[in-house]
Design a protein around this ligand. Sequence first.
Ligand code: KMH
Ligand code: ZN
Length: 277
Amino acid sequence: MKKIKEKLIITAAVTGAEVTREDQPMLPISPNEIAEAAYEAYKVGASIVHVHARNDDGTSTQDKEIYKQIIAKIKEKCDVIVQVSTGGAVGMSVEERMQPLLLAPEMATLTTGTVNFGDGVFMNSPEDIHTLANLMQKNQVQPEFEIFDVGMINNALQLIKNNIVTKHPHFDFVLGVPGGIPASIENIVHMKNLLPNGATWTVAGIGRHELPMAVHAILLGGHVRVGFEDNIYYEKGVLAKSNAQLVERVVRIAKEVGREVASPHEVRNILKMEKSD
Ligand code: KMH
Ligand code: ZN
């Protein structure tokens, strides 16, 4: 097998918008807990943390002030790249969702289409996508296109073609959301083949698909996202002890197959990010 030279980018999605403490007792909720979980994940090999904010009662929020606290507390501890969510939770308005972009974070997610999401609908109208993309452009935020189904890739490519997004094209294939694209190696290969030359891509497998999709991505030259947002278990019937435990396993597997793991500094180079605050 040909050695993959590009170092592996590991993203830890530590909280998400849907998982509860009842589902996963170790779920980080407060800014302090989220920062600690991010730091623990960074220490074992994560170079990006994908963050969602929560209120004190655990409900999802896109409140700018809470994101501000989370980012500051993470930055006090380490130089991991903080990627804020602009997806928030199902049902939130675009005005609510855009708030963390006003903080000019290093990186943010951008979902380029609407998808059924379990029993709900994760709405992303063309107008809302443009609103978020324009704000990212204005505040120099590196986007990560969140791809829940194949058509969303084409929508992202249109944003690039029309110069609405001019940063490095980086994608996250989310596989296995009920309503989105199913998790399979064929679907990863199909989607990666649709990307422009030089684009980078990560894989986030949902639930039991997290580990096999991560392994496929490592071997195919992609990158990996793990964490409680996507999966709360370490193995069938056994809850993970922490986000870091899930990251650690990916690092171990990557090393075993000869794929080195990238530091945040190296990821800023791979993604050609201008800001490195
Ligand atoms: N919570 C999902 C409905 C993102 O962070 O940008 C959307 C989501 C995507 O998590
Ligand atoms: Zn998210």
